[in-house]
Design a protein around this ligand. Sequence first.
Ligand code: SF4
Ligand code: SF4
Length: 344
Amino acid sequence: MTDLSSSKLSRTLREAKLVAKGLASTSHPILAHVIPMRRCNLACGYCNEYDKTSDPVPFEEMKRRLDKLASFGTTTITISGGEPMLHPQIFDIITHIRSHGMIAGLISNGYYMTRENIEKLNQAGLEYLQISIDNVKPDKVSQKSLKVIDRYLVNLSKYAKFHININSVIGGGIQNPEDAVTVSERAVELGFGSTLGIIHDHSGQLKPLSGREEVVYQKLRRFGKKKFGWLNQFQDNLAHGRPHNWRCRAGARYLYICEDGLVHYCSQQRGYPGIPLAEYTREHIEHEFRSEKPCAKFCTIACVQQVAMLDNWRAPQEPFDIPEVFPKHAPTGDIVEDPVRAES
Ligand code: SF4
Ligand code: SF4
């Protein structure tokens, strides 16, 4: 068996264990996003998740946070940013995640995927990489462009032992929705997974896709169906601006740990609960598991929705007293990670 197929088999077995463990118990987080570096080398026009000045979180502090997440029984850690590849000890962070037996993923803009870095990521034990590509050629809104990143994608197709997913996007000022089809086809050609995200504008409301965007959505929807058919009601509701009925388990089954080490519901509801991870307890997890989130109906955070699928059938939630710090509007300017998925 080649290195690549044995990595894939081991990943699949670990995913199956994740689902079994998640179904057997509701008391541990399934997925935690951690931010070791808020700084980014790019400045995408729609993004509210980066700065240009912050320092990396010291490695010793990152280790303490990962140890705490492991003590909760967390199954998957996804490292995000900013651009996490700017962190000087990114490979050590991944190694530390794997030393606890947790699944390690990374979200990156792809600009640092040289052969040398890919081999270090292999060695560290990375299991998933997601790269979002916004357009074919750079424009004022975004330089996450296929033309710029393609050579790094070729490197990844040659040297990476981990699974790679390319996310293309429509909406939010992206000028040519048709670019999403080009990006998706290139991803599949290189042997990667491919997903489509919708970027909503900053009005705080979900809006149905425009005519050209709808054509692209339908095309990729058919493409996704033909390839693997991963699509559900949530994705169609998002695309058409309809409310969705589900139970958000943020703060319990999903945790977002910012660079300051605080627990937040998600990237778009930063500020609540805002408790330091070091002080977060199983009681907080239990409380949040059962608390109904006021922003759920129009939520666009796909990874939290995917995690929730393990529990949507059980444990109904109750409303809770919404504190002043909790944003009263729907999430804004948010990126949906994968309304449509096609796999190679
Ligand atoms: S979307 Fe990603 S690459 Fe663009 S500015 Fe935000 S963090 Fe950086
Ligand atoms: S925005 Fe979505 S993921 Fe975040 S707290 Fe609200 S419902 Fe949950």
